[in-house]
Write a protein that binds this ligand. Structure first.
Ligand code: ATP
Ligand code: MN
Ligand code: MN
Length: 304
């Protein structure tokens, strides 16, 4: 199976066999992206996205009539789910409804067929539900925060992660902010992941109270960046690298090299339209070392 950081092979993407109904349905009117256009995008970039969405519980933002219509965040499998997508049982919720996972491109096409315009994986896999293999610090700028301040915040998160012995990777959210992601050796459990990321966010807010907050209260966020660590809890998600967003322009969450961060690349710079060309032109995958850089959370290391 695919592992994060494995370089995409230069071969053609695998063929899809899931039949799309209403392929011409327009999902992003302003960008002119149809259901078939979305399927083509994912087939094109499959080798890049696979390591981040295969074999994980997935929540989906479904938008049956496109980004301007009704949207719902779906965490459980449903009756009409394409059989190419798989249903998985949460070991801590055996009585509950199954969750959604995929194993291959057809599984992803099943999700496209069901109007999944955003894909939000857990930070752990169905092979190891209780031990996350990545943590995400989600930087949410409040009103009035400049982009250079968001970039500086990401650099500070990076420095703190590296001080803790972890590798740090950055991606645009495709929305307003940046996500800093650290690959983990899956040893520590979810409460440890939450405690670690909460401590990091709290320390940043304590050291620079004029710049950062670590609590969700909206009123406190004007002019500041929320260091949102709450993605790092069991059952919570963050949007996948390379996932599309149900927002104007058909943006995608794009992995970047640290030295690419700057004024030219805003949080929604990369889209369904320009991503395939970016990936084809890249000399090296900026997240190419993601999997190989995995390290244990410092708490887990201390215990040994
Ligand atoms: P932005 O840069 O605009 O903040 P984002 O993807 O980081 O984009 P957030 O609002 O910060 O958006 O949300 C962070 C994550 O929380 C999302 O990526 C998603 O995985 C999860 N999330 C979003 N909406 C919901 C929801 N309705 N229910 C549960 N989780 C959600
Ligand atoms: Mn965010
Ligand atoms: Mn957030």
């Amino acid at each position: 199976t695919a592992k994060p950081g494995k370089r995409p092979a230069p071969e053609k993407p695998p063929k899809r066999t899931v039949r799309l109904t209403h392929p011409d349905r327009i999902y992003w009117p302003d960008a002119g992206v149809t259901k078939e256009g979305l399927a083509d995008y994912y087939a094109d970039i499959w080798r890049s996205i696979a390591p981040f969405i295969v074999g994980r519980p997935l929540a989906l933002l479904r938008c049956p009539t496109g980004i301007e219509g009704q949207q719902f965040f779906q965490k459980h499998a449903w009756k009409g789910l394409n059989p190419k997508s798989v249903q998985v049982r949460d070991p801590q919720d055996k009585q509950g409804e199954p969750l959604i996972a995929i194993e291959d491109l057809d599984g992803l096409m099943g999700l496209v067929q069901s109007a999944a315009l955003e894909i939000h994986p857990w930070g752990s896999t169905v092979a190891n539900w209780e031990r996350p293999d990545m943590i995400t610090l989600d930087l949410d700028p409040g009103p009035g925060v400049g982009w250079e301040t968001v970039i500086a915040a990401a650099g500070e998160v990076r420095a703190r992660l590296e001080d803790a012995g972890l590798a740090a990777f950055v991606k645009t959210s495709g929305g307003k902010g940046l996500h800093v992601v650290a690959p983990l050796t899956p040893k520590a459990d979810w409460p440890a992941a939450k405690a670690f990321t909460k401590a990091l966010a709290d320390a940043m807010a304590a050291d620079s109270p004029a710049l950062y907050v670590s609590t969700i209260a909206k009123a406190k966020r004007k002019g500041k960046i929320l260091i949102d660590y709450l993605r790092n809890q069991r059952g919570m998600t963050a949007v996948a690298a390379y996932s599309t967003r149900a927002r104007p322009g058909a943006p995608v969450s794009m992995p970047l090299a640290w030295d690419e961060l700057g004024p030219e690349i805003g949080p929604a710079h990369f889209t369904v339209a320009n991503t395939p060309a970016r990936l084809a032109a890249l000399k090296a995958d900026p997240w190419g070392d993601f999997h190989n850089s995995a390290a244990p959370l410092p708490t887990a290391r201390k215990k040994r």
